[in-house]
Design a protein around this ligand. Structure first.
Ligand code: ADP
Ligand code: MG
Length: 234
């Protein structure tokens, strides 16, 4: 579905990802791993169109989307849940969710997607009128995922969904992701919790210093003795 070739991006004189190749197959769950500063958020931002690529190709179903703006990529089915959620904190849950549908013209599909999000996260259904900034961290993360789902994505890109959340909340978020994966949505998730990510994803890839240093099936990567040396405290 997604084929990245020779991708480079950076900030000023600093290159955050260097000549990177990456493939994501339709329907798979690929976990992007790596230490802080590895370039994960940069890569995900480049894929969503928020960070410009300096070089390379980003092909979605064989078509280069590198020069398309974020809203055009969203219309093609590429949605990002950014690091730190980035909700409209002064707006209600419902307004945040509806903001995710601007790429969709059909009001019937908007309503259907809202129903699906409320089914996936019943707590959001109970709180549609609540101001998003007053939700708990986990609920805000659900709202951010919900907003991305409102656009009917085929490729859902999620950056650090579990960061700073309590274990029970982390568990329920991952249960939701498993459900989305089972529905056939392709997932690309950056995750600090390596064991958790590799317990659920189909494949993993480790980014370090802006380059992919390891990749493979999650089950194989999990037991690879080389894996820990890329992480501190793993
Ligand atoms: N907006 C920015 N301006 C300048 N440097 C940045 C910016 N965002 C990230 N970086 C740098 O790019 C590198 C990769 O960061 P990032 O993509 O956020 O990594 P990760 O998500 O893996 O922690 C780091 O060295 C970071 O300091
Ligand atoms: Mg990051």
């Amino acid at each position: 579905m997604l084929s990245v070739r020779g991708l480079s991006a950076g900030y000023g004189g600093m290159m955050a990802i260097r000549s990177l190749d990456l493939d994501v197959k339709a329907g798979e769950w690929l976990a992007l791993l790596g230490p802080v500063g590895a370039g994960k958020s940069t890569l995900l931002g480049v894929l969503a169109g928020l960070v410009p690529a300096r070089q390379g190709e980003i092909c979605l179903d064989g078509e280069d989307i590198r020069f398309l703006p974020p809203h055009r990529r969203l219309r093609l089915g590429v949605a990002l849940v950014p690091e730190g959620r980035r909700l409209f904190s002064g707006m209600t849950v419902r307004e945040n969710l509806m903001a995710g549908t601007h790429a969709l013209a059909d009001p019937a599909i908007r309503r259907r997607n809202l129903d699906r999000v409320c089914e996936l996260f019943p707590v959001l259904a109970e709180r549609t009128r609540q101001i998003a900034g007053t939700l708990s961290g986990g609920e805000q993360q659900m709202c951010a995922i919900g907003r991305a789902l409102m656009a009917s994505p085929r490729l859902l890109i999620i950056d650090e969904v579990t960061l700073g959340l309590a274990p029970l909340v982390v568990k329920s978020l991952f249960t939701a992701l498993v459900g989305l994966h089972e529905q056939g949505i392709t997932l690309l998730t950056a995750e600090q919790n390596v064991p958790l990510a590799l317990a659920h994803a189909d494949r993993g890839c480790v980014l370090s210093g802006g380059a992919i240093v390891m990749e493979g099936p999650a089950k194989v990567l999990r037991d690879d003795p080389d894996l820990p040396r890329h992480f501190v405290g793993y």
